[in-house]
Ligand binder design. Sequence first.
Ligand SMILES: [Ca+2]
Length: 411
Amino acid sequence: MYRTLSSVMISVAVVLAACNPTTPNNVNSASPTDSSTNTSVEKNEPNSQYKPAFAGQTRIAAVKTQTAFESKLLSKELNRPWAIISLPDGRLLITEKEGTMRIATTAGVLGTPITGLPPVDHESQGGLLDVALDPAFSTNRLIYWTYSGIVGDATLTAVAKGKLSADEKTIESVKVIYQATPAFNSKQHYGSRILFDKTGNLIFSTGERSDKRTRPQAQFLNSSLGKVIRITTDGKPAAGNPFSGVDSARPELYSYGHRNVQGLAFHPTTGDLWETEFGPKGGDELNRVVPGKNYGWPTITYGLEYSGEKVGEGIQQKAGMEQPVYYWDPVISPSGITFYSGNSIPEWKDNLFISGLSSMQITRLVIKDNKVAGEERLLTDVKKRFRDVTEGKDGALYAITDDGCLYRIGK
Ligand SMILES: [Ca+2]
């Protein structure tokens, strides 16, 4: 009897834990949190006793979406997806870590795997990573992507471009346009996101490869590790870059002092570039990227080593180094991000959405005057590692999880 009952309970639990098909957001919102209540969504103790540099730099007051919306599981058939973007016709282009791409309809119907990409090292954090469409994609079908390239017994973050075939089954005329050297024998901290800026150049991010030997290179202007980088569509340094003409600096660098940037997005109204990066224990960051600026890693950080020891001198502020707009302690593990520019849910306008890995949720940040004004955590019930989130042409958000789920979040 007990066994039967517990089997039933386990079955129910499994069903609940699986990709939840439909989850209205207002089921338990009989008394929605007042957005003026000065309480954070974070209830756990911080790892460090470090003090923020200014009010509102961490643990901002919670907000709660008042518009009714739902999260809907569209597919659970993706193979380790990493990035999701919208195509001009409204369908979704999704990268899969092992080296393929898929096109999905907004109903969740998946196309066949798109092949023909260069080999990737998909061990640990590596693989086929982000993808961006050429501004003239509708006519030239060109795409650009980042991936973990293999160089001898080492790896690096690389950028390639190619043409999506008419039958959407392969990538043609593939050309590797940039390699973020030096290569290093690590399987971690590749970055990376890639975007077109309004000048038609590519902006993408790298990581510092998660090793104490390469970590200092985040501060070196003659290394491409731990950077935001801006290049032409042929992989050359873009005109107007901040270190162009500076001796011993790489002219493709755009900003430096980053640890592992997996979120990059342009603010829809201001046009500013924002990034999220994985910090160490208790030091995940949100930054507004200004060209030429130093974002501090590994000299300043609000996090600790995973051992609990301080990082370097254990300082959080230094002249000449930028403060994060916001940080999380404990971490949320911020992967892909997107600003919401749609009209379907008006209170989300210009809000930043951040896919969370270890935190298994999607963070919504209200941003006002370049500061965080409120934080909400969405889809906490499905218990999934959210890898990326993008805005659909229909005003909904679309998100992917490490275990292959595709969600639609909207009205
Ligand atoms: Ca920083």
